[in-house]
Write a protein that binds this ligand. Structure first.
Ligand code: FES
Length: 262
């Protein structure tokens, strides 16, 4: 009878019992903990690819998504959180310049899976987010430890900072026309400037390019990160501007929406 923590052959073997082959159908995977002396040393994902078993780290190099729950096709597993890919044979990314995770040698004795806790390939983190994302992340981290966020927009601390967001999609380039919701926003901001001496900024959403939310929160609460991983991978995504101004700069946010949007 095998138990967690059991080693192959001798107590000195670095091969640890992980589980039974019968628990992993062809084309699927399962996660196991490698335990030594009662202590969990790592979590691995074992994949059954046409009857051959491969083991890689269960934790995605990006933000730790569980690779054993990923989409598995050919020898590639796609992380269920944000779609990073790894070869289950090597732990390496199929894309040049992509991150890799540890891969581990596997031995099958009868129907028992033993995984070597010494990796055959050691994972590497190579990916670096683009500059604007890094700057935002830094500012958010600063903000969270109550440091100044003055680097984002010029700030006069005596003034209230009001951000106006106009959401009308009236397309000025095709057919310029008056937007009553935007007029109302301009009026309110002008009033605040004159009477409250507020500092104001307007963002017109129609002038920015965004990627849509891909619903990471629905996959797992931890998969929804801030700043968003979509902005992290796409340097053209202008949500960064919204994040900077809404999260770090504004005291007050005024949103003007056309009435047809309720
Ligand atoms: S892609 Fe795996 S955690 Fe983001």
């Amino acid at each position: 009878m095998n138990e967690e923590g059991e080693r192959l052959d001798t107590n000195n073997s670095s091969y640890h019992y992980a589980g039974l082959t019968t628990d992993i159908k062809n084309g699927s995977s399962k996660s196991f903990s490698i335990i030594t002396d009662g202590e969990k040393i790592t979590e691995i994902a074992v994949f059954n690819l046409d009857g051959t078993y491969y083991a890689i780290s269960n934790s995605c190099a990006h933000k730790g998504g569980p690779l054993s729950k990923g989409f598995f096709e050919g020898d590639i597993v796609t992380c269920p959180w944000h779609g990073w890919k790894y070869s289950v044979k090597t732990g390496k990314s199929p894309h040049q310049g992509g991150d890799s995770v540890n891969s581990y040698p596997v031995k099958i004795i009868k129907d028992k899976i033993y995984v070597n806790s010494i990796p055959s390939n050691v994972g590497k983190k190579i990916f670096q987010p683009h500059k604007a994302y890094l700057k935002l992340k830094e500012s958010v981290d600063d903000y969270l430890v109550h440091k100044s966020s003055d680097g984002i927009l010029p700030v006069d601390d005596k003034k209230i900072r009001i951000l106006g967001i106009s959401t009308t999609n009236a397309n000025d380039k095709i057919a310029p026309r008056q937007s009553t919701s935007e007029d109302a926003l301009d009026f309110a901001l002008e009033y605040a400037k004159k009477n409250l001496k507020a500092e104001t900024v307007v963002i017109k959403l129609r002038e920015l390019e965004f990627n849509h939310c891909e619903g990471y929160y629905s996959k797992n609460a931890n998969a929804c990160i801030f700043p968003c991983s979509i902005s992290e991978r796409d340097s053209e995504d202008q949500m960064i501007q919204i994040y900077e101004k809404v999260i770090l700069w504004a005291d007050i946010v005024l949103i003007a929406t056309p009435i047809r949007w309720g």
